[in-house]
Design a protein. Structure first.
Length: 261
């Protein structure tokens, strides 16, 4: 693995996305009986979708991962541990199982150790805005890693199409056009986010669902991101997943390492 690409890979592994979106605030207005009926059906379906998302206190997964950053290909293994809504811990290993990096991301901070160059990053969460849109948030990263629907797409302004037990939600959030497809189990299978104004897009495909206790999640998560002249492709293949098992999140910065701003 080339050292001059490692930092980019670390950011990608931690974030797995180039932008996110916030739900637009909707101004209350009088609605016709037809619209009210649609909104009632939508609210019921959104609750059903939320109830079918993967739930856990802790998540542990091992994924064989292929990363392509603007044509630069790298194959690594990612060990991912998550404390729900609190922290994401990632260990990245290359050939022969040698750890090349470790990271911890929380809603407030980001920590990265680069073992190839003996450097580290210790910054507030906003550090990631050097690499991505300012609207990205922790919840989106966690949702993508676990195959869940992005929470902000499950909003009461969405257009819903239900046919043959499949559901499609679509709409606009600020300047972002989105489309979310869910299967018969109401699991997210395809997510599309496009912002022509910002010149960015995100396409996510979830497939090959595997059991996780009494639940299931995609064993294959394929992410394609374009941000102007930057193209990133991430292919995660989970080979092992455990839910609600005791986890630790070790992270120690060696005294000899140099901080990177």
């Amino acid at each position: 693995m080339k050292e001059n690409t490692l930092n980019k890979i670390l950011i990608v592994c931690c974030l797995l996305a180039m932008f996110s979106c916030k739900a637009r605030k909707i101004v209350a207005a009088k609605t016709s009986p037809v619209v009210a009926k649609h909104q009632s059906a939508l609210a019921l379906e959104l609750n059903n979708i939320r109830s079918q998302q993967l739930t856990f206190n802790t998540f542990s997964g091992k994924a064989r991962t292929s990363l392509n950053i603007s044509g630069n290909q790298n194959d690594v293994t990612m060990n991912i541990r998550i404390a729900n809504n609190k922290k994401i811990w990632v260990s990245i290993t290359a050939l022969l199982g040698i750890e090349v990096a470790r990271a911890v991301i929380t809603p407030d901070s980001i920590l990265i150790i680069n073992r190839l160059q003996d450097i580290y990053v210790k910054q507030p969460f906003g550090y990631i805005y050097k690499y991505t849109n300012r609207q990205i948030n922790y919840g989106m990263v966690q949702a993508l890693l676990t195959g869940n629907a992005i929470p902000s797409l499950l909003n009461d302004s969405a257009k819903m199409l239900a046919a043959n037990n499949f559901v499609t939600l679509s709409g606009n959030l600020d300047d972002i056009i989105y489309r979310l497809m869910l299967d018969t189990s109401l699991k997210a299978t395809q997510t599309s986010l496009i912002s022509q104004e910002q010149g960015v897009s995100l396409q996510v495909n979830n497939s090959a669902f595997m059991p996780a206790g009494a639940q299931k999640l995609p064993s294959q998560i394929d992410i394609n991101s374009v941000a102007k002249d930057k193209k990133i492709q991430v292919n995660l293949h989970y080979v092992k997943v455990d839910l609600n098992q005791p986890q630790d999140y070790p992270f120690t910065i060696p005294a000899s390492y140099t901080p990177q701003n």
